[in-house]
Design a protein around this ligand. Structure first.
Ligand code: ZN
Ligand code: ZN
Ligand code: ZN
Ligand code: ZN
Length: 164
């Protein structure tokens, strides 16, 4: 079964993609989930498995038309929100596992297991090597390590087991 990307994380913090569909003239008009009237426009929006007038799919906070704001919406607690308001209301990413400072919602982050990191903090914590896409990194005792340091650590442990 193919996982539909827009349905990932359904029920939690959800990012939904909005589809803009052109209305086929021979199908009977769909009801709008916003105003409950029939959609007779040439285009309609489909999101959350419902159909909407372009004017009716709006952010619950700022009233902006979501069909235009990059065609994604966020939903949480039955609110439909634009990205900006979603992040303002719900959006702190967490604390960086490396420097333990708060990561603001708008910032790009790196994730490794349950940890989040500032992009700048995501580096080997022994030699400070940064990682590129495709590089291997290792998590050991919650420390990010590059392959070299990880393997070196394994070697050392092999020679001098941490028993005192
Ligand atoms: Zn409507
Ligand atoms: Zn908004
Ligand atoms: Zn950090
Ligand atoms: Zn390293």
């Amino acid at each position: 079964q193919i996982l539909h990307p827009s349905k990932q994380g359904m029920g939690r913090n959800v990012l939904i993609s909005i589809q803009m569909l052109s209305v086929q003239p021979d199908t009977k008009p769909k009801g709008c989930a916003g105003c409950n009237r029939k959609i007779k426009d040439r285009y309609l929006l489909k999101a959350l498995d419902k159909y909407w007038h372009e004017d009716c799919l709006k952010c619950a906070c700022c009233d902006c038309r979501l069909g235009e704001v990059g065609s994604t919406l966020y939903t949480k607690a039955n609110l439909i929100l634009c990205r900006r308001d979603y992040l303002r209301l719900f959006g702190v990413t967490g604390n960086c596992a490396a420097c333990s400072k708060l990561i603001p919602a708008f910032e790009m982050v790196m994730r490794a297991k349950d940890n989040v990191y500032h992009l700048d903090c995501f580096a080997c914590q022994l030699c400070n090597q940064r990682f590129c896409v495709g590089d291997k990194f290792f998590l050991k005792n919650n420390m990010i390590l590059c392959q070299t340091d990880y393997e070196e650590g394994l070697m050392k442990e092999g020679y001098a087991p941490q028993v005192r």
